[in-house]
Design a protein around this ligand. Structure first.
Ligand code: NI
Length: 189
């Protein structure tokens, strides 16, 4: 593997056509290429630098089916380890939709309540081309659904049932914080 240091890439924002275009699958040859492996490293670096918990390739203007996510626990214990998922398929598991706050690195500062499936089954490939099959639950399921949507040109605003909750994060913290609000910061990916 090349030792080239990872680069922080520019994250495109709403209005860039890449965010509204369906991404194409990655070919096995492409996945083995140094260019694609470097892109994966750069996406991980970009996500961490932006304090995000997930990033999809269209957010760095690459129209391919690739997403990364990671959510370290604030206290260092548990959390969601780094996942790189290529050509994902995501199927909901049974369960009632759950509302929680989301944001997006491509829609800076805004947060909104988004309904998501509590668990999803993920099929895809890891960065080495090995098949991935697992069930993501709770916060991880939310991240997966948010990032998978990006591969289909969908953003969290499209998933909101009402824009009444749409808020800037500063105002959200100032006016809408409640004891019932989850401790973790809103999903940003
Ligand atoms: Ni996003």
């Amino acid at each position: 593997m090349a030792t080239r240091p990872a680069t922080v890439l520019p994250i495109v924002r709403l209005g860039h056509p890449a965010l509204r275009t369906a991404a194409r699958p990655v070919t096995p040859e492409e996945l083995r290429s140094p260019e694609l492996q470097a892109l994966i490293d750069d996406m991980v670096e970009t996500m961490r630098e932006a304090d995000g918990v997930g990033l999809a390739a269209p957010q760095v203007a690459e129209g391919i089916q690739l997403l990364v996510y990671e959510a370290p626990a604030p206290d260092g214990e548990g959390g969601i380890p780094l996942r790189v998922v290529v050509n994902p398929m995501v199927e909901p598991e049974p369960g009632e939709l759950v509302y929680d706050w989301e944001g997006c690195l491509s829609i800076p500062d805004l947060r909104g309540l988004v309904p998501r499936h509590p668990a999803v089954r993920v099929h895809g490939f890891d960065r080495d081309g090995k098949p991935l099959r697992y069930v993501a639950r709770d916060f991880e399921a939310r991240i997966v659904q948010h990032e998978f949507d990006h591969l289909n040109g969908v953003v969290f605003l499209d998933r909101m049932r009402s824009f009444e909750s749409l808020a800037y994060s500063e105002e959200l913290e100032q006016f809408m914080a409640s004891p019932e609000a989850p401790d973790e910061s809103p999903a940003v990916g």
